[in-house]
Design a protein around this ligand. Structure first.
Ligand code: ZN
Length: 172
């Protein structure tokens, strides 16, 4: 397994729509393994392939707490087929937007169809943190970031600061 480079906002790749995977083959499994390793190392609880520069609809998630055994979830070609009317507000962050967190309101539950690590078709109803996390990662596959839900003023301020941080890093 290898650690992949995580792409940061405002890289235009993060705004592209990812393509569905034809088949969950060894290459896709290797990508999922590398993404999981990259996510654990970051550390984060979710990562979508466009965040490592690969425009495929592939997601890895692990919401297990530090003292719990690892519980990776692999999601290929996710399709959210139902969202609850009930919403929940949760503080979100993103490995592509380091250092920024914001309260985002989303449907509290959703139902998702996807292919698992072995390419089997699955359908799950999820709630709480897993539901928020899946919606955040599916957004990545559609070129949407959590800061898009904020006011334009707040979003522009975050992007401006990120550009400055990225520049500072390059001069080191
Ligand atoms: Zn993210």
């Amino acid at each position: 397994m290898s650690i992949l480079k995580i792409i940061k906002e405002p890289d235009p790749i993060l705004r592209k729509k990812s393509q569905p995977v034809d088949r969950v083959d060894e290459n896709i499994q290797r990508l999922m393994n590398d993404m999981l390793e990259t996510m654990y190392q970051a550390p984060g609880i979710g990562l979508a392939a466009p965040q490592v520069g690969i425009l495929k609809r592939v997601i890895v998630i692990d919401i297990a707490k530090d003292d719990e055994p690892k519980k990776p979830v692999y999601i290929v070609n996710p399709k959210i087929i139902w969202k609850s009317e009930e919403v929940i507000t949760r503080e979100e962050g993103c490995l592509s937007i380091p250092g920024y967190f914001a309260e985002i309101t989303r449907p509290s539950k959703c139902k998702i169809q996807y292919l698992d690590y072995n390419g089997n078709e699955k359908e799950d109803e999820v709630d709480n943190l897993l539901s928020t996390c899946i919606q955040h990662e599916v957004d990545h596959c559609d070129g949407v970031l959590f800061i898009d839900y904020l006011s334009k003023l707040k979003k522009d301020m975050i992007i401006k600061k990120l550009i400055k941080t990225n520049k500072d890093k390059q001069t080191l």
